[in-house]
Design a binder for this molecule. Structure first.
Ligand code: SF4
Length: 301
């Protein structure tokens, strides 16, 4: 029962700090402990936790091939990572304090694993989770304005089963497409440090390695996603043109490796900064995603 000296913020729903998931009604603390029933939670209480950059490298199989590292296991390990002290503190603080409009919801408050097809032709690479978006819902781009734009566009071009994405039990599926963030934890001011980016990089490299036989198109959202994609493929031994291709909206580059090629497409990030100012319009976003869908069809013909 709540202590008399500290009344709960939502006495109608909150029980000992637990709040109901908006879809399932199941009660969770914020942040959500692994393996407790959150929709899509890939982890269990036994999932190994990386607490240092070296442990990220080891658990992501960067230094030595880890044959147990399936895509599911990778997502589980990502989702419990604690290797960046500043980001762990921030994501958990936001989860505990909550934005007023979401004060009645539990917050995921953990890193965000990849989401979508496990054999995708198209990979979408974003920047980092939003503090009150994916950090709340536990699914990449879900529950924020950027995601509203992105999923609506993916639906219009035939790469998503629905055009809305509000929580991790809404039934949304991506079609032949997967999404990942470059940095898997919500950073203050949406700005991870270079060190945090580097610490997190083995996770995205491992995901690219596991997906390499399927992916033919990568859509990089913003310059950070673009650079992360180039860096990650280079780390896997793929050829990246020199000088490094420069990011721009609609720019295309070809990456070659493992007897395959991948087309990298640049797209302005659907951040509010870009969508409010008209720098990115729905037509521009649809154009790049439709191009990705078209390239994927060509590759599978
Ligand atoms: S940003 Fe990446 S490496 Fe750092 S704590 Fe989050 S998941 Fe781990």
């Amino acid at each position: 029962m709540p202590r008399a000296s500290s009344p709960p913020r939502h006495p109608e729903v909150e029980i000992d700090g637990l709040l109901p998931h908006p879809a399932t009604g199941r009660l969770f603390p914020s942040p959500v402990p692994p393996g407790t029933g959150w929709p899509g939670d890939p982890a269990t209480a036994e999932t190994p936790i990386a607490r240092t950059a070296a442990q990220v490298r080891r658990l992501a199989g960067r230094d030595r091939l880890d044959t147990r590292l399936s895509l599911d296991e990778l997502g589980a390990r990502v989702s419990v990572c604690r290797a960046c002290p500043r980001l762990v503190e921030w994501r958990e603080e936001v989860a505990e304090t909550k934005r007023a409009s979401y004060a009645g919801e539990p917050y995921w408050g953990r890193p965000i694993p990849g989401f979508g097809s496990t054999t995708p032709s198209i990979l979408i690479v974003g920047l980092a989770p939003a503090a009150n978006g994916a950090n709340r819902t536990g699914r990449v781009f879900t529950g924020d304005r950027s995601g509203d734009w992105l999923f609506a566009s993916l639906h219009r071009v035939g790469l998503a089963t629905q055009g809305t994405s509000v929580h991790a039990a809404d039934g949304l599926e991506l079609i032949d497409t997967r999404m990942v963030a470059t940095v898997r934890c919500a950073p203050p001011q949406n700005k991870p440090t270079t060190r945090e980016r580097d610490t997190c990089s083995p996770w995205i490299e491992a995901e690219l390695r596991l997906l390499a036989e399927h992916v033919t198109v990568v859509v990089a959202l913003g310059a950070i996603g673009w650079d992360a994609t180039l860096r990650s493929y280079a780390a896997l031994g793929w050829q990246v043109a020199r000088p490094k291709p420069r990011f721009g909206h609609g720019v295309e580059a070809t990456l070659v490796g493992e007897g395959r090629s991948v087309t990298l497409l640049g797209c302005y990030h659907p951040s509010q900064q870009n969508t409010f100012t008209g720098r990115l319009t729905e037509a521009m976003l649809d154009g790049v995603l439709a191009r990705a869908a078209g390239l994927r069809e060509t590759a599978t013909d």
